[in-house]
Design a binder for this molecule. Sequence first.
Ligand code: ADP
Ligand code: MG
Length: 699
Amino acid sequence: MRPALLDPLFAPAATLPGVGPKYAKLIDRLLDRPQGARVVDVLFHLPYATIDRRARPKIVEATRDAIATIEVRVVEHRPPPSPRSKAPYKVLVEDDTGDVELVFFLANFDWIKKRLPLGATRWVSGKLELWDGRLQMVHPDRVMDAEELAKMPAVEPVYGLTEGLFPSTISKAALAALARLPKLPEWIDETNLRRLQAIGFGEALGVLHRPEAPADIDPAGRAMVRLAYDELLANQLALLMIRARMRSVAGRANIAEGRIARRILDALPFALTGAQTQALADIRADLAEPKRMLRLLQGDVGSGKTIVALLAMADMVEAGRQAALMAPTEILARQHFERMRPLAEAAGLRIALTTGRDKAAERRQTSAALAAGEIDIVVGTHALFQESVVFRDLGLAVVDEQHRFGVHQRLALTGKGEAVDLLVMTATPIPRTLVLAYFGDMDVSALREKPPGRKPIDTRVLPLERLEEVVAGVGRAIAAGQRAYWICPLVEESEELDVAAAEARAEALRHYFGDAIGLVHGRMKGPDKDAAMDRFQRGETKVLVATTVVEVGVDVPEATIMVVEHAERFGLAQLHQLRGRVGRGSARSSCLLLYRAPLGEAARARLEILRESEDGFRIAEEDLRLRGEGEVLGVRQAGAPGFRVARLEVHGKLLSLARDQAAAALERSANLSGEANRALRLLLYLFERDEAARLMEAG
Ligand code: ADP
Ligand code: MG
């Protein structure tokens, strides 16, 4: 149970002053909390920038194109010549050193007259620009009298917003959320407090929501570092507790000679690469040891992880137990199943598929067969977690494309057997420094070498204006019997708009290619999605227009062209994943990254790296480096996936400190009991490391 002390933070955000039902909905969307944002979510929605209004120059000293707050007298009103004119309403103001024109387009005359009466002294704050030799301030951000000036924050935090939400609504909510923060005990140990020169948790939140200087919200500044450390500490505590729990049950030695695996290898039209052989050897050694396996299999898209997993599962079956493979989506689960089935069956393995879409009767049948041990290998989605799914003796859980699953989901699957070995496969090559944050200390096998015969993918970066040429190129490719993916823009925070964009593009392409166009997007029902994928896989459609649902794992060797519209909106890792969908067959493939000009510097750098390299590990490192140089992806200064605050490219160095404190605390008390650990328990609840919290309660 969450300590009552934290209750005020977990109350609905709608209870904050000024929020109300309408804004509450927008805040839910902004903070990605469909179940309803809470006060704590608002508190952790940190500003990503500031507006500095501290400069109070005389007009003559003011820096051009910078924000200034100036004290002026109102000299003259210059309304447009006629009320219907499009010309702006101007107001001339001055001080002893010069004058400035305040410029209002589509102005509300009454408001201007009331706020800026002739002869009055006012403070105006905004950007001073030079236009046609005159100093101007277009739409001052603030027009104030002395009293209002006193209330203006000199440095204003700027928050990520969503359409319909005003900056003032969020600022006000954030300040109100701060006021609800209870006094919390210190959870950082003394050594690290000193090392980090850490300020208090509440103090840090205060600094961020009420900055006094732009540097206050710097990701590497003291306030952010404090919160990032807290989050990493919670994360490391949770990972260590889970790991301890997993290791607390002795493993079983699973002895296999590789007889079944040999049959699969014999049925394969290729030999394993050196990297695959090595990874398989690592896994086999783990399985044979009476210790539970916790291994990460990293490998770029197309590096051949699936076959390694199948061979490992074959060994487990030979050892007399069952294996399960869990994929993040229905499409991927089906694809794994379809591809593994012939090989598995050739080797005499009984393999089944179970997904959320099974009919109740089918599901009962599969469950019964699993419980009776009549199925050796089951492939599925998170439907595998359902309580009704019971194994006779599950020995190996393989989780594909892990970062989509939470830690507790991994746990749930390994909980379905005795001392279940765990193999996590990820296609996002995670830099070594980050493995610790996401996986705790799992053992790692990496497939750096690609299967032979892959041709390099010709990657080009083009402005959207060259769409016609791209369409022509796609036309030539499909005339030659090839296929193409066409990925549609990612529209920030709106799946609806994603879908609309994809539908519009599909419609436009139908003018050229008629029925050869297929469409698949995130809002489609499962069976429709599969049907669309199937038609593309079988070649009934030649161009598949898609939102990013094709991102992971889908395998269509005939696809040779990957078009990504608005490539500048995608992250580096994501573009690399998308590109990995082509270049799987024998024909030469190309990837066309279309951008809307002008291209920002960071986006240009990203696209350039893709053009240069196909090495996922290098791309991952570069991604981290680029982001470390201060790029803010999107308007939110978002933490790394799964983190609210911590950005590993900035705060990665804190990991080992957090790790040490977590380990020491758990050494003293494995379930963080006792008064000495009260603060750490609060921390886990505060950062919602629920799976670990449950372990604490289980004792
Ligand atoms: P991943 O899951 O790592 O993205 P896959 O397991 O889907 O990669 O493999 C990609 C493709 O490469 C598949 O068509 C697979 O049959 C093929 N493949 C795997 N290993 C080899 C190999 N050693 N030699 C040739 N082709 C291979
Ligand atoms: Mg795969």
